[in-house]
Design a binder for this molecule. Structure first.
Ligand code: FEO
Length: 394
């Protein structure tokens, strides 16, 4: 069912509850929504399509919402296939429809749709341009790298609506997580995991978009994933500001361990106990071999301090920790304090590799000395472990 969200705007997006992974890598136990909107004014505009796997359901919804009208425009804010995957079928179904997008998006079209012939049916727009629909007028703003280079967002002043593309998106199908966002942990948990893994690398472009958005009288945010946001927009804007500045959000320590036979895990949990004894309000311990790596990335960014505890392996670092550090580097992990614990049975090598990776990250302070345990944590290791706990609470 489509859903009216104002007198003349209809939500025609779809829930994907069949895909196990988003972008073939992120688990989505509650599915994901591909949002699409329809503005019925003097002119009719469809805002974005959906992933091709949901094309039939989307077209059916769209057709029902259109009634006896036909769309004049298809606005493509973002060319990634989870949104533009149904452009070809839509343009074929509605031959009178003009595709409106940035020059870069129009350039990308044949890369995805080799045999799409829409010569004369495209309208190139850029920042500052407007698409007049009648009482509605879409004002375009460039949002390059949020999260691809061709991205535009648009603002409909008549409804105070920001169509924000991937920004302010969230994992989770709307039938599972609600149609309207709530400014609480429900939105924030999966909104944060989505942000740091999808958009996290692009903090500076997000900051640019936020400064443009600050000049607009926004009353609602309509993203391409997740709930429509209407209440307490400052909550979401403020989180995006914190996240895109790479500033920590919550006081606490995140302990990530990669343990082969369980001994490194013992050290990680012992350190967690020591931190709690010292009054640290929030200590999160994660076995990164057996948990969602995207959630671990999220937690690394959430807290100001992190502990990495890992086994040595093949003269280097146990691969789950290596993968984790690779992802943190990719997402511009920065501005944090990190303590390192390594385990080894004959030639410990994990700390060296972890420190090398951390050393390449911006403004990451590695606490020295790190702790080396030989095969298992012993009584004689506890004073050094306690010194790490002391340094972390300082
Ligand atoms: Fe939801 Fe960058 O696509």
């Amino acid at each position: 069912m489509s859903r009216k969200i104002s007198d003349s705007t209809v939500y025609v997006g779809v829930d994907d509850l069949q895909s196990e992974l988003f972008e073939s890598q992120y688990i989505i136990p509650e599915g994901i929504a591909y949002n699409s909107y329809l503005i019925l004014d003097t002119k009719v505009a469809v805002l974005d399509t959906v992933d091709s796997i949901m094309a039939s359901q989307w077209l059916e919804k769209l057709s029902g919402a259109l009634g006896d009208r036909t769309p004049d425009y298809l606005v493509v804010h973002h060319m990634e296939p989870d949104h533009a995957g149904s452009v070809k079928v839509a343009m074929e179904r509605y031959p009178g429809m003009t595709l409106v997008a940035s020059a870069k998006a129009i350039h990308m079209l044949p890369q995805f749709f080799e045999d799409l012939d829409i010569a004369g049916r495209t309208l190139e727009v850029k920042e500052g341009d407007r698409l007049e629909l009648g009482t509605h007028s879409l004002q375009f703003l460039a949002a390059p790298m949020v999260h691809w280079p061709e991205v535009l967002v648009s603002f409909d002043e008549s409804e105070g609506a920001l169509y924000s593309a991937d920004a302010f998106g969230k994992f989770g199908a709307l039938s599972r997580c609600g149609f309207y966002g709530r400014d609480d942990e429900d939105w924030t948990c999966e909104g944060r995991r989505y942000y740091f893994n999808i958009v996290g690398k692009f903090g500076a472009p997000v900051q640019t978009l936020l400064s443009k958005a600050a000049k607009l009288p926004i009353r609602t945010i309509r993203p391409l994933h997740g709930p429509v946001l209407e209440d307490n927009l400052n909550y979401y804007l403020s989180l995006y500001d914190t996240w895109s500045r790479y500033e920590p959000e919550t006081e606490g320590v995140f302990i990530a361990y990669a343990s082969i036979h369980g001994h490194t895990a013992v050290a990680a949990h012992k350190l967690a106990d020591m931190l709690e004894e010292r009054g640290v309000s929030k200590v999160v311990v994660s076995d990164i071999c057996r948990s969602d790596i995207a959630e671990n990335v999220e937690d690394a960014f959430r807290y100001p301090k992190m502990v990495l505890a890992a086994s040595s392996y093949d003269g280097g670092l146990f691969s789950p920790m290596s993968d984790f550090l690779y992802r943190l580097g990719m997402k511009n992990y920065s501005n944090r304090t990190v303590a390192v614990i390594e385990n080894g049975s004959w030639a410990p090598s994990a700390a060296r590799v972890m420190k090398e990776s951390l050393g390449k990250m911006k403004n990451v302070t590695v606490l020295e000395p790190s702790l080396t345990i030989m095969s298992s944590l012993k009584q004689s290791d506890l004073p050094a472990l306690a010194r790490i706990a002391d340094a972390l609470v300082k």
